[in-house]
Design a protein around this ligand. Structure first.
Ligand SMILES: NC(=O)c1ccc[n+]([C@@H]2O[C@H](COP(=O)([O-])OP(=O)(O)OC[C@H]3O[C@@H](n4cnc5c(N)ncnc54)[C@H](OP(=O)(O)O)[C@@H]3O)[C@@H](O)[C@H]2O)c1
Length: 405
């Protein structure tokens, strides 16, 4: 058996073992049949379009720009979207490494968790959307392309007067933050929260939305990002040099905080739980440390690390559930799972965020806006750890009529 084939099998087996508890996530992500290119229009030079695809799992260098000569055709219940902006996220780097649960179809395919674009063609039976309308979608994968075919069921209209690069920044990072704050932890004005990784994509969103919700915030970040975190209205804690548990307990007169948002690691979750006030909630939403260190070269072992983290978390959550300390709770948030169970919430919450953006209540920090060709640079920036806020790909100029009020 060829070496590559053996490696592929090892990867598959380890993925299955590692993510056995996470398989429900797989059912929540978009199906690969929605990849642009299933059916296509006749060849015509005007129909050429670009797409960035993962040629093989690995580092940023595996992202290839390819060109298609025919436009994809939407099927029943689908639209074709001319993409204006696509988000670049940490999650895309997981898809690129082949370690994102549920996204492991036959290569090549595009990464890209979210997009904003203009409806360009309607499939049979589509109503409620018109050609020329600007829409947003949480695609999970497949957004790094000039044209995407998407089912209409989760599309959200983008209001006039907002830039597509700003709008796309809200889809994954801000919806995640909004739902964790308001649907899961249900924060109230005057409460106190702890945000881990407050300078990141989701962390920045949590900070801005926490401020809008009137909560007092503490946020962990590395040494060089303390000023940025302060500028968001968050009391910074340098996780490299300080013990965040004792700092939070001291600052809150030993009471603790009402909610903690943590995507770092199970060791961190345990410590975060200790900073909770009675009745407080820990919202877990990722395993950043394990997934960031996973690499293609040692994929099987790394996948097991991520899987073990998940099993440790499940065991911990079980213990906290049967023996809760003073009414404290802990839960895991997954945007795709929540969209599946409550599709209306996704539309309501993203629409609310678009209104806040249009009204100037929030403003995403666009750390870098890159052309599609530079998608690999976007991944390097995120994996290099220097980003404060959001990296976005702008695929086409803003259509004047969609942006001017
Ligand atoms: N569950 C969901 O639905 C969902 C949705 C979106 C994202 N996520 C997950 O959320 C995580 C963050 O995503 P993102 O897009 O915000 O990534 P990001 O923009 O790359 O930010 C990651 C942040 O983590 C911080 N960090 C790293 N190690 C830390 C530590 N030990 N303590 C505190 N902070 C630490 C980094 O801060 P420094 O640079 O200062 O170290 C950085 O700001 C990822 O694991 C992602 O998969 C989950």
């Amino acid at each position: 058996m060829a070496y590559l084939e053996k490696r592929r099998i090892v990867r598959r087996l380890s993925c299955v073992a590692a993510f056995i508890g996470m398989m429900f996530v797989a059912m929540t992500v978009a199906g690969h049949s929605q990849l642009a290119g299933a059916a296509s229009e006749p060849a015509n030079p005007e129909n050429e379009y670009r797409q960035v695809v993962i040629s093989e799992y690995g580092g940023p260098e595996v992202l290839d720009l390819i060109r298609h000569s025919t436009l994809p055709v939407p099927g029943p219940g689908e639209v074709r979207i001319r993409v204006l902006a696509a988000g670049v996220s940490f999650t895309d780097t997981m898809v690129r490494k082949g370690i994102y649960p549920g996204v492991d179809g036959e290569l090549p395919y595009s990464p890209g968790y979210d997009l904003v674009g203009v409806v360009d063609a309607l499939g049979e039976g589509v109503s409620g959307f018109r050609i020329g309308q600007r829409v947003a979608d949480l695609s999970v994968w497949g957004a790094y392309t000039d044209y995407a075919i998407r089912p209409v069921e989760h599309l959200v209209p983008v209001p006039e007067g907002v830039d597509s690069a700003d709008a796309v920044s809200l889809i994954l990072s801000y919806t995640t933050a909004y739902q964790m704050l308001h649907r899961v932890a249900r924060v109230r004005p005057g409460q106190t929260v702890l945000i881990h990784g407050a300078s990141g994509g989701v962390g920045t969103a949590l900070s801005q939305l926490g401020k809008a919700a009137g909560v007092k915030m503490y946020g962990t970040a590395s040494t060089g990002k303390q000023d940025y975190v302060s500028s968001l209205g968050v009391e910074p804690i340098d996780y490299k040099t300080e013990d965040f548990v004792s700092r939070v307990m001291t600052e809150t007169d030993q009471r603790g905080v009402d909610a903690v948002f943590d995507a770092v690691s199970v060791d961190n979750f345990e410590r975060s739980y200790r900073t909770l006030a009675p009745g407080g909630s820990l919202v877990v939403y990722g395993f950043y440390t394990a997934t960031a260190s996973a690499s293609e070269n040692t994929a099987a072992g790394d996948m097991l690390d991520v899987g073990l983290e998940f099993l440790r978390w499940s065991w911990l959550q079980f213990q906290w559930k049967i023996l809760p300390e003073e009414g404290r709770s802990a839960s895991m948030y997954l945007i795709t799972a929540m969209r599946d169970s409550n599709p209306d919430w996704f539309k309501e919450d993203l629409s609310a965020l678009f209104r806040m953006l249009a009204d100037g209540e929030i403003k995403p920090n666009l750390w870098k806006v890159l052309p599609l060709e530079d998608a690999a640079q976007g991944h390097r920036l995120i994996e290099g750890g220097g980003v404060e806020g959001k990296v976005v790909l702008r695929l086409a100029p803003e259509p004047v009529e969609t942006v001017l009020k």
